[in-house]
Design a protein around this ligand. Structure first.
Ligand code: ZN
Length: 172
């Protein structure tokens, strides 16, 4: 399973793209999922959307297993949030496309998501806790939204500038 390069800021052109649904879960989709999973494990991270490896398809991989625990990959295609709780929760989020930057983000504490699984079957997941946050973060990616869009404009502009500057200095 080849690793794929992860798209990072300041490449907003790619990261702001809205991804398209997959028609079916075929062998190409499974291969991409496998590459994404390997890339995510290697980074390491707990979630990755296809656009983060430059492919504008509505595909996500997530694995919340901790170090030393058995891996539990979740493969998600064409996710749709069908319900979100009024109750909110705060998590300190990070993103493989915004390396070494973490900030508190408030989102619905629980959601229900309809999606296609690795067998192409329609599934519905009631997600709570970290899984709810992670799914919302990854689904945002499919819509060209980054977690820094949920923080103050001042902080967002500061982090964008930091990455633009790093690129100019050849540090990316
Ligand atoms: Zn992310």
């Amino acid at each position: 399973m080849p690793l794929r390069p992860i798209v990072t800021l300041p490449d907003e052109k790619t990261l702001r793209e809205v991804s398209k649904p997959v028609a079916t879960v075929d062998s190409d989709v499974k291969k991409l999922w496998d590459d994404m999973l390997e890339t995510m494990y290697r980074a390491p991270g707990i979630g990755l959307a296809a656009i983060q490896v430059g492919v504008p398809r509505r595909l996500i991989v997530i694995d919340l297993a901790k170090d030393g625990e058995e891996k539990k990959p979740l493969f998600v295609a064409n996710p749709e949030v069908t319900w979100a709780s009024e109750a909110q929760s705060d998590y300190e989020e990070g993103c493989l496309s915004i390396p070494e930057y973490y900030e508190m983000v408030t989102r619905p504490a629980e959601i229900k998501v309809r999606y296609l699984d690795r067998q192409g079957e329609a599934m519905e997941l009631h997600a709570t806790g970290l899984m709810a946050t992670c799914l919302q973060h990854e689904i945002d990616h499919l819509n060209g939204v980054l977690f820094i869009d949920h923080i103050s404009r001042l902080k967002r502009e500061r982090v964008l500038k930091k990455f633009q500057k790093a690129q100019k200095l050849g540090k990316l």
